[in-house]
Design a protein around this ligand. Structure first.
Ligand SMILES: Cc1cc2nc3c(=O)[nH]c(=O)nc-3n(C[C@H](O)[C@H](O)[C@H](O)COP(=O)(O)OP(=O)(O)OC[C@H]3O[C@@H](n4cnc5c(N)ncnc54)[C@H](O)[C@@H]3O)c2cc1C
Length: 401
């Protein structure tokens, strides 16, 4: 039986773990975090490829994933409807997807609290070393350790994630706490508000305990706002003056920063969205990043998910791309020698990853605090209209590979 070690037990790692186990591999998943991950995260849009991948990973067909909407709408600042676009979609959450994938995987094969530090490759196997002094040898290593992947940093030290010049404020508001007017305006829709140079979007998701009945759901919002690097530094500085360059934990956000953000929502956003922001108990802020690698196959090591490519969230493809990476990887490995199979697998994933990063960069160009290229300026014009925002956001793009 061929042995696979998956480093990282988030969405990408658990897709790979499940799919490889189903095709006969002896799989271990090593995850840095000791406790459960499932309590975290916010909303996730689904696409047909994600639903296929869940089925292949062992999640039974018909398992409820979240809340369905029939279409999109854009609200003007005064609350009037600027446009509508039919686009049925199921909106789920990171926690829901993660727990379904975890339930599908043999719990005895997840090693928690294991921090990978380095991978060493010989001719017949690869060995990952851990911070606890241990090591695991395998025929295949899947690096699913996210945007700050240590395995990628070892294999491709020149690659860096770059800050796009804007942030996303995010959070979840309880449906029951929303006024009837706000519910009417946005709750049944994937809705947008478009203040100058910014974008607010929101959609309903399941509430506590995965409840999807009316009154018990939540509204997930994502508000993109330009922030030059010095402003990002300010947002990510806690009350003790400490900077958190890799992301500030929500509970360390300074109250004055959150108050400023809520005041800006009041002055810039349609009232329904301002209300969502006002009643969200624990908003959080994330810098928007781009990450690309020149190669995803390195001997017996495959880079997947955010360890390889991070596209800005505008096409909502982060989770789906990680699932597609894992599906194509397990297909490519059927019966083949590992390094040769990875070499054959890689070109299509590189082309897809690059094209996605580029497309998402174009969709987000109009929110960048400063624009650097003529192409970005042209794309900023092209993708800022309500019609293109409704048609292109959180929709799988047709990529030119
Ligand atoms: C807790 C959590 C919540 C998230 N919530 C959302 C969300 O609400 N919306 C959204 O769009 N995206 C969210 N994401 C990101 C989303 O999962 C990814 O963008 C996408 O699914 C690709 O996932 P990934 O598995 O490649 O990377 P990630 O999800 O980043 O997972 C990487 C995993 O590797 C582990 N890891 C890192 N370094 C090591 C190491 N050295 N050794 C062992 N393990 C390591 C991390 O703990 C993590 O579990 C979340 C990620 C996490 C970890």
């Amino acid at each position: 039986m061929r042995r696979a070690l998956v480093v990282g037990g988030s969405i990408g790692g658990l897709f790979a773990g499940n799919l490889l186990a189903k095709s006969g591999w002896d799989v271990t998943v090593a995850e840095r975090t000791r406790g459960p991950l499932s309590g975290r995260g916010a909303g996730i849009v689904t696409h047909p490829a994600l639903l296929d991948a869940l089925g292949r990973a062992g999640v039974p067909a018909g398992t409820p994933l979240g809340v369905s909407v029939a279409g999109r709408r854009v609200l003007a600042r005064d609350g009037s409807i600027l446009g509508e676009h039919p686009y049925p979609q199921i909106l789920t959450s990171w926690a829901r997807l993660h727990s379904l994938l975890e339930d599908a995987f043999d719990p005895a094969r997840i090693e928690r609290g294991r921090v990978a530090t380095v991978v060493r490759q010989g001719t017949a196997s690869a060995t990952v070393h851990f911070a606890d002094g241990g090591m695991i040898e395998a025929d295949l290593v899947v690096a699913a350790d996210g945007i700050r992947s240590v395995l990628r940093a070892q294999l491709l030290p020149e690659v860096r994630a770059t800050y796009a010049g804007y942030v996303a404020w995010r959070g979840l508001a309880e449906e029951a706490a929303l006024s009837p007017a706000a519910r009417e305006a946005i709750f049944g829709h994937f809705a947008f508000g478009l203040p100058e140079g910014e974008q607010m979007l929101g959609y309903p998701v399941a509430g506590a305990g995965e409840a999807i009945s009316a009154g018990h759901r939540r509204y997930n919002f994502v508000w993109y706002r330009p922030a030059p690097p010095e402003e990002l530094g300010r947002l990510q500085t806690d009350g003790f003056g400490r900077q958190h360059p890799n992301g500030i934990p929500p509970h360390l956000l300074r109250p004055e920063i959150v108050a400023e953000m809520r005041a800006a929502a009041e002055s810039l956003l349609p009232a329904a969205f301002a209300e969502v922001v006002a009643i969200t108990a624990q908003p959080f802020v994330q810098p928007i990043m781009d990450l690309e690698v020149p190669e995803v196959a390195h001997g017996r090591v495959a880079l997947i998910g955010d360890a390889a490519y991070v596209a800005r969230p505008h096409c909502g493809m982060g989770v789906t791309k990680a699932a597609m990476d894992a599906m194509s990887l397990s297909d490519a490995l059927q019966g083949a020698d590992v390094p040769a199979a990875l070499t054959r697998w890689a070109p299509e994933r590189v082309a897809t990853g690059r094209a996605l990063v580029q497309h998402a960069r174009h969709l987000g160009a109009y929110m960048q605090a400063s624009r650097i290229t003529a192409e970005e300026a042209a794309m900023a014009e092209r993708y800022r209209s309500p019609v293109s925002v409704m048609r292109e956001t959180a929709v799988p793009p047709i990529l030119e590979l």
